[in-house]
Design a protein around this ligand. Sequence first.
Ligand code: HEM
Length: 417
Amino acid sequence: MAECPLGMNGTSSCPVNGQEGEETLNYHSYLKLDKLLNSQVMQSGIKSQAVHDEHLFIITHQAYELWFKQVLHEIDSVREMFMLPMLDESKTLLILNRLQRVTLILKLLVDQIDILETMTPLDFLEFRLQLSTSSGFQSLQFRLLENKLGVLESSRVKYNQQHYAKVFNREDQLKQVKDSVEQDSLFQLVERWLERTPGLNFKSFNFWELYKRSVDRWLQDIILSPAEETNDPKIKEEMMAEYKKQKDSFDSVLDEDKYKSSMARGDRRLSHAAFKGAILISLYHDQPRFNQPSKLLSLLMDIDSLLTKWRYNHVMMVQRMIGSKVGTGGSSGYQYLRSTVSDRYKVFLDLFNTSTFLIPRAYIPPLTRSLKRQLSILCHDHIPGESSEEDNDDDEKVEGDTANGNGAIGAKVKFEI
Ligand code: HEM
């Protein structure tokens, strides 16, 4: 037993070296390197000479799985912080930091494909048969990640007309998939948080009404007025058509009924209140109170973008490696994977689409003095019935807080294969 660096020899166990008789913790034992570095069993080497590149193939997949594990660890901790009825304001920086970490890992995962691509299709063929039916399609952690972020069951591309979870036949794996579907996804938690955006519910600052008026004024200035002034009937007609297009587009979100119809069709996913919260944050992101929420929304879009980039890089590699051969997992291979590089797998697609409804700074409704003050101090989760000490001039909380949203969210998802 090595000398205890804290001087606790003999009488009690050393917190660094452990109990008398135990092996001292070192780099090797702490990282369980014996297990880790002996886990690369090349199938090609079992019956004949091992194929050199199979080593890279295994290491790459294992590295992915380790990073998936870390990403899940981060996403779970962020979900946990969001699960409280009111987000603890002191945790926002931590959430941002962890989501930023997730994006950096995902960037690494996107780039890691380049290394595997140094393997030629011919080299891959040397051991591909030995993989039997094993396929990345069976990656449990990848499915957990999709579900915990909030990929919808209905958005998934069916693989051989089968439920993706059919490949998991172990009870513990199925339980994990079931939990990941039924527990609140990051999407659902962020949606609820957006519905509580301060500024959405003040009597003297009716954001949505003011925003509607600003949109009208903007469209009037940039299209309607110039159209009225022109003498060219063809140009006038084109401008009026453009006006109608723009007006219809804005109306699809300004009008709550129309918005709900889009939700029912699956064109929008965020509840109307949450969507309004996202627009409010985007328009007023310069306000100190919205700096961090706006960064958070941006990171969520980064996660979607990076996963889409990964899907794209992966399918490009697959095409290069196996052309249009079927996958080892039994799918059509390239064709199947190509169909997953699509907006249907973007969880936070509505956030990307808020940009359609931004208006120039000059048209953004100015905040009332009191609201401006509140947005420099108040937490995101405005507490119903509670106002800041100085909040005694022109802003009041509207009765009937939307903290519980419009009922569109929080509905439990049932997992059925
Ligand atoms: C030579 C390299 C690779 C080839 C040829 C390949 C091929 C394929 C194919 C054909 C599929 C469709 C399912 C099937 O029929 O098997 C698939 C799915 C998948 N692969 Fe790969 N893959 C490669 C590398 C990787 C790597 C390094 C990862 C990292 C974990 C990975 C993760 C996945 C995942 C997660 C899926 C499921 C995607 C989905 O269903 O949306 N693959 N792969």
